[in-house]
Design a protein around this ligand. Structure first.
Ligand code: AMP
Length: 422
């Protein structure tokens, strides 16, 4: 098969790595990819949001299957476009991708179907939003309705912070049209977990739970990032909580989609907040998480192409998906100053040394090749991933891997996975 993978981050490196292992894949193209994905296939000079050029390429090259990594092309309707041209593509149609592309849409769905989530109000008028903030107890969480690359959410501990967030989103239009509507919701205490699930519109199958580390600095301090590390399977999701998530969240979500006439084929990402025996939905996404994919995909035994075909053919119920009985953990090496302000173009060394250890994979994200030199090219640069039989082992292994890699002014968190050991 000829496969086209869309995207350029660490998630796409993990997808390219997994897809390239399939005996059914003859050729893999990545648009645009990064220096790391070039080791698993052929990078194309087509950006992931250039839907027309992607469509033209897939038609011309007679691509058998396209896999979409990031949310933006999904929200813009790449699946509808490809299907309209008779091309096979894995991901939700535009209407279904609203689960992620509109927070108001997803919160209304959660509310209508009584799936537990934080109390919220939506606003199109900044003045009404300000009045609401003044009348509610703090902390509050202010969110842009549309896609904002994970930066549209402010957890406001003070009234001032909440007001500044409204101003930035609605008046300064920091996220453009994505911020013409906002929601303000109650702050939820607890521990976060992510559950990813394959969904063919009729049935849904979950993957091992993962935990991401969103804050930039140790101990959960500093600004929110795309994610500084992750591990799976997350021990917090077990027993009663696991059952509760299935019965109160996963299954009702599929039922809600069906009742609304939304045929979701792809990956549903459930962002959850767990507090004791209570669990609530923080958000839905309509694709693999990044960096969750970097720890989930290495645990997947089944051929990803087989699962994707089962989803597209509505035969998910008939396929057995198997997972390694191991732990996976990744430490993200980011550019110093990320997510606020950082420099690019520093040389990266040591990846081969790290990867020469068994069960270590370095998934590249913000990297590019200049002649033979590997250079940093983004905020999150690498995800150093280890597999092993205990969390203690994978923590030691991943950090030993990080020690062998160098680029100027890199930034990591030193506490990835500590909660799993506790
Ligand atoms: P979201 O994109 O909605 O998942 O928000 C991004 C991050 O903001 C989440 O992963 C949480 O860390 C935090 N967050 C969002 N909503 C809430 C909430 N209601 N209470 C506490 N933290 C939140």
């Amino acid at each position: 098969m000829k496969i086209l993978l869309i995207g350029s981050g660490g998630r796409e490196s993990a997808l390219a790595w997994k897809l390239s292992q399939s005996s059914r894949v003859d050729e893999l193209f990545i648009a645009p990819g990064n220096a790391g994905t070039a080791e698993y296939g052929t990078n194309l000079k087509i950006e992931s949001n250039n839907l027309l050029a992607l469509n033209e390429f897939a038609l011309k090259e007679m691509v058998d299957l396209t896999v979409v990594g990031p949310e933006t092309p999904l929200a813009e309707g790449i699946v509808d476009l490809f299907k309209g041209n008779g091309l096979k593509i894995f991901g939700p149609e535009k209407k279904a991708a609203r689960l992620e592309s509109s927070k108001i849409f997803s919160k209304n769905l959660l509310n209508k179907y009584e799936i537990p989530t934080a109390k919220y109000e939506s606003f199109t008028d900044p003045e009404k939003a300000v009045n609401y903030i003044k009348s509610e107890a703090l902390p509050l969480v202010v969110k842009a309705d549309g896609l904002a690359a994970g930066k549209g959410v402010t957890v406001a501990m003070t009234e001032e912070e909440a007001l500044v967030a409204v101003e930035k989103i609605m008046l300064d239009k920091k996220f453009g049209d994505a911020g013409s509507k906002i929601i303000i919701e109650d702050y939820l205490e607890g521990e976060e977990a992510t559950i990813l699930a394959f969904c063919d519109g009729k049935s849904i199958k979950t993957m091992p739970a993962a935990q991401d580390h969103k804050a930039a600095h140790n101990g959960g301090k500093g600004p929110n990032t795309g994610g500084m590390g992750a591990y799976a399977p997350a021990p917090i999701v077990n027993g009663d909580i696991e059952l509760k998530i299935k019965e109160r969240i996963i299954e009702p979500t599929l039922e809600a989609l069906n009742t609304e006439g939304i045929d979701f084929k792809g990956i549903i990402y459930f962002g959850l907040m767990i507090n004791g025996d209570e669990v609530k939905v923080l958000e839905y996404n309509a694709r693999f998480g990044d960096p969750e994919a970097q720890v989930i995909l290495p645990l997947l035994e089944t051929d990803l192409i087989d699962i994707i075909e089962a989803v597209l053919n509505e035969e998910l119920d008939n396929i057995e998906i198997t997972w390694k009985d191991r732990k996976a953990l990744c430490v993200v090496m980011a550019s110093g100053g990320y997510p606020v302000k950082y420099k690019k173009g520093f040389e990266i060394t040591g990846i081969k040394e790290t990867e020469s250890t068994e069960d270590m994979i370095v998934f590249q994200a913000g990297t590019r090749l200049e002649k033979d030199r590997l250079l940093t090219n983004g905020g999150r640069v690498l995800a150093v991933t280890a597999l092993g039989n205990s969390f203690k082992a994978v923590i030691n292994k991943a950090y030993a891997g990080v020690e062998k890699i160098h680029f100027e002014d890199f930034q990591i968190r030193n506490d990835i996975g500590h909660k799993a050991v506790k």
